[in-house]
Design a binder for this molecule. Structure first.
Ligand code: KG4
Length: 338
């Protein structure tokens, strides 16, 4: 029997709605918010206002593109957290209202778990291989850097995580220091293509175990640039691409070192990438290289499924639906992991 799930995602600055039929995406509509560009980062109050404007049209569009009527939806899954409280409230309230009006199950979804389960989404025209359990997932986004052992769709254990900044934050903050607009991660990736990754050395964190740290790298990058600019005011203009390539190489090396350590320690050789930073071309190449050289199986998500989207919320909802794990109308959103 097939199940149709409506997924709703509004944890940060993307309003998204998706319709899936079992594990297959029928639509995945994402409305971004250009309003934050002028501020160099997401402004929470503006984000929640934009979600409020976007949510109804985005859901309409998702239903229309999927060719699904409101009455055909079997359950609604929504991001309960973590994220920005004002943003989460918009998606949560919409999902609750929808479930109540339609008298269908309401399913709460942890946004981070959903990034991991995005690997199980299929497109109508082509089946793609999915990780087998247990697998190790490197989840890297603007707010998180985590190493997760995934034992089953709903059984995950965080074995390592950042103790300060996330990898995406390191990209974005260093980009800001270079005067690049927000979010700087994709721009660093772009400029790095033209640069020499061995041009500059930045200090790497020495953190025990499987945890990450990126705040030291950010500070060392800031001081390095400040000193070079004192010597040569045109340094940035002359060496931008080399700076981007060297910084990107350092971040990717830090991520890969712990990923390989985690694989060795857990004995798990099925490796998946997830989250916005998994769009980074150097990280993708490093993971593919690891597959070639070590013979481990790796899974890299489609670019469209790396960033925040509602299809990943819907698939997590589908796994929970099959287990009868429904949410109550009283469940309040959570900004941080409980
Ligand atoms: O998962 P995500 O879409 O949402 C948040 O966690 O907010 O991740 C966004 C992060 C941002 O920090 C952005 O700069 C980074 O992912 N990012 C990238 C690339 N594309 C997005 N970082 C490096 N290289 C990229 N190509």
């Amino acid at each position: 029997m097939s199940t149709i799930i409506l997924g709703i995602e509004s944890s940060c600055d993307d309003t998204s709605a998706s319709i899936i039929k079992n594990d297959t995406i029928l639509s995945n509509v994402i409305a971004g918010q250009a309003v934050h560009e002028a501020y160099g980062g997401v402004v929470p109050e503006l984000a929640s206002r934009a979600h409020q404007q976007n949510i109804v049209p985005v859901v309409h569009q998702a239903l229309k593109e999927a060719g699904v009527k409101v009455e055909e939806v079997d359950a609604v899954a929504y991001t309960r957290g973590p994220g920005l409280m004002g943003s989460l409230l918009v998606g949560t309230s919409f999902a609750k209202g929808f479930a109540l009006a339609r008298k269908i199950p309401l399913i709460e979804v942890n946004h981070l778990q959903a990034h991991v389960l995005a690997h199980f989404l299929q497109k109508p025209d082509a089946q793609r291989p999915v990780p087998s359990f247990p697998f190790l997932c490197l989840l890297v986004s603007g707010g998180n850097s985590q190493l997760i052992v995934v034992r089953s769709p709903l059984e995950m254990e965080i074995v390592g995580q950042t103790i300060d900044d996330a990898a995406g934050e390191a990209f974005d903050k260093c980009a800001k220091v270079m005067g690049l607009p927000y979010p700087g991660g994709p721009l660093i990736d772009k400029y790095a293509w033209e640069g020499d990754a061995a041009a500059f050395q930045f200090s790497k964190p020495r953190i025990a175990g499987l945890d990450y740290s990126f705040s030291g790298l950010k500070t060392s990058f800031l001081y390095f640039l400040r000193d070079r600019l004192k010597e040569n005011p045109d340094f940035m203009a002359e060496r931008r691409n080399d700076l981007c390539a060297s910084l990107q190489r350092t971040i990717v090396e830090v991520l890969m070192d712990k990923l390989i350590k985690a694989a060795k320690e857990t004995g798990i050789k099925e490796i998946a990438l997830a989250g916005g930073v998994s769009a980074n071309s150097a990280l993708r190449a490093a993971v593919q290289d690891m597959e070639r050289r070590r013979g481990w199986r790796t899974y890299i998500p489609d670019l469209a499924l790396t960033t925040d989207n509602a299809a990943m919320i819907a698939i997590t909802g589908w796994f929970k639906y099959r287990k009868g794990e429904f949410s109550s109308q009283e469940a309040a959103p959570f900004a941080r992991m409980p």
